[in-house]
Design a protein around this ligand. Structure first.
Ligand code: HSE
Length: 320
């Protein structure tokens, strides 16, 4: 194993960043063995350095540029979310010759072309496995499907809405169920992004972009809010042996791809119907591989950290 540690810097130390920090503290031997060289979590940039966190005692700074300008850091992990200031910081990281790993689905979905171009010009890697379905390696899976003609992609891509739907089945109100999802740490900082479908639309746009090899903008995804689903609809579906789930669907027609997210009925016994919380399900129909399914934990700090660390490890392996 090469002796020189490869430095990692975090932008953001919320639920996901803290889980990455704990993983570096708890399982560095496993991470180093997988990477084939030592990795070192150098520091994290945070908004409020005084705030207490369970993040494995990573040093913190209020200055994101202290991370970007640190010559010890080769890989920048962006877990701030949103587009501002994340977009500028990621571009600045590439300009400084850093590799970038991000969990930021909004940023990747909206700025696909600019980010890929910045990475290409910098000859550095842009990786975003954590942006879709967290621990489920669906980005890697889709990258391996360049030869297929996709027909239909169906996804349960948002844990918060799955959780709300399943809690409404037990008689909880929409607001009670949303409060529980927020307490469990699945929901976005602004949970309207979950319930109004932006989060699922970003993830669906990324998956379609991967399959089509070109940018599919999230504005092209038709969104229906979960707020439109009523308790009567949830009960009505149950009386027919069905459930309401917040589905993401892309139909790859001959001429144009149609994409939508919104509440739809599914069979109660299907993988989607059985999911009750952060479990994501992605099903792809294509010509060469008729029916492929991915499923697993698609939200939460540890599951997202798993995907981030997988990307970090792969960059470190390639950089040996
Ligand atoms: N808010 C998201 C969800 C987190 O509920 O699935 C994971 O992207």
């Amino acid at each position: 194993m090469s002796a020189k540690p490869l430095g990692v810097g975090l932008l953001g130390l919320g639920t996901v960043g803290s889980a990455v920090g704990r993983a570096f503290a708890d399982r560095s031997r496993r991470i180093d063995a997988a990477a084939g060289r030592p990795l070192k979590l150098v520091a994290a940039a945070v908004r409020d350095p005084k705030r207490a966190r369970e993040a494995g005692e990573v040093p913190v700074t209020a200055d994101a540029f202290a991370i970007l300008d640190d010559p010890e850091i080769a890989i920048v992990v962006e877990v701030i979310g949103g587009t501002r200031p994340a977009h500028d910081l990621v571009l600045a990281a590439f300009e400084r010759g850093k590799h970038v790993v991000t969990a930021n689905k909004e940023l990747v979905a909206k700025e696909w072309n600019g980010l890929h171009e910045a990475a290409r010009l910098a000859r550095r890697e842009l990786r975003f496995e954590a942006a879709v379905a967290a621990a489920v390696p669906v980005v890697a899976g889709f990258r391996g499907l360049g030869a297929v003609r996709p027909r239909v992609l169906r996804g349960l891509l948002n844990g918060t809405t799955t959780y709300i739907c399943s809690r409404m089945e037990t008689g909880k109100s929409f607001d009670e169920a949303l409060a529980e999802a927020m307490a469990a740490g699945y929901a976005e900082a602004d949970p309207t992004n979950d319930v109004d479908g932006h989060d699922a639309a970003y993830k669906l746009a990324i998956l379609v972009s991967l399959l089509e090899g070109r940018h599919f903008h999230p504005d092209n995804v038709r969104r229906t809010s979960l707020r439109s689903a009523t308790a009567a609809e949830v009960d009505g579906a149950a009386s027919r042996g069905r459930k309401i789930r917040y589905l993401a669907v892309a139909d790859f027609g001959e001429k144009a791809t149609k994409a939508r997210v919104g509440p739809e009925e599914v069979a109660a016994g299907s993988l989607e119907g059985q999911a009750t919380g952060p479990t994501n399900v992605v099903t792809l129909e294509s010509d060469l591989a008729p029916h492929l399914v991915w499923s697993g934990p698609g939200a939460g700090g540890d599951a997202t950290a798993s995907a981030i660390l997988g990307d970090v490890i792969q960059i470190a392996r390639a950089a040996r």
